[in-house]
Design a protein around this ligand. Sequence first.
Ligand code: AMP
Length: 283
Amino acid sequence: MLLHSIKELRELRKNWRGLKVGLVPTMGALHEGHLSLIKKAKETCDKVVVSVFVNPIQFGPAEDYDKYPRTLDNDTVLCEKEGVDIVFAPTPDEMYGSGNRLSNDTLTYVCPPFFYVNKLCGKTRVGHFDGVCTVVLKLFNIVQPDYAFFGQKDAQQVVIVKKMVKDLNVPVEIIQCPIVREESGLALSSRNKYLSDEGKQKALALSKILNNIKSCYKRGITDIKGLKETAYNFLTEDYELEYLEILDKNTLEEQEYADNNSIVLIACRVENVRLIDNIYLED
Ligand code: AMP
């Protein structure tokens, strides 16, 4: 069932007392990556809500909010096929009130700690994780799920959401699901739609770099500088590398040497499309 209003969702939610409720927050343009989260939610929970909301406050002024793909009809069909109970697709006015200027001047925002935000995607996407945490906490308050499902694809996001849930005592368990990839290795993303065929070929460099670093680690190289240097064989001037980091996967702290808690994260632009990917050095 497709719902747009918070009130209707709350009404239906009242009938689910005593049942395990799962939430899968998305921005829509659903693909197999999203569907893997939905499948996991269906396995774990009695009732599943998928939210489809392109959240304006997590986009910077020069980012792709306006052109972000919106395919709600198709998303709803896919969710119905998976047995989703509610697709919740509010408008920005429904979420943030009509006439409100969308800023932390006028609205209450959730600000995750600087330590977690001032690195990786947060460094260039200033305010992004405030927007993410704000909308995610609002969705938690609206849906009141027992479990919420997030993809490792957005690894920094999962760490930050877990931290918010812990720090603010939100009664929900965060379940992280593995990255779904094309056979080529390219991590699925709604933004892959912006790439030409040639761009998709170029984008394979991200997963190749990650896999190469992992195989070097498996061969015994743990020096982080040395591991990072292996990436430069794959990156020509066509790629605008934004970051390549090897950090502790749970805390996002820097490490001197890679170990079984390490995650390698990369962001780069291909055809001006910002792509991110990551890999654990030990599964
Ligand atoms: P988005 O619609 O991009 O905000 O993504 C919604 C959720 O789907 C987030 O938790 C993402 O991490 C997750 N997700 C996106 N792409 C993938 C993927 N390729 N594999 C697994 N999860 C994904």
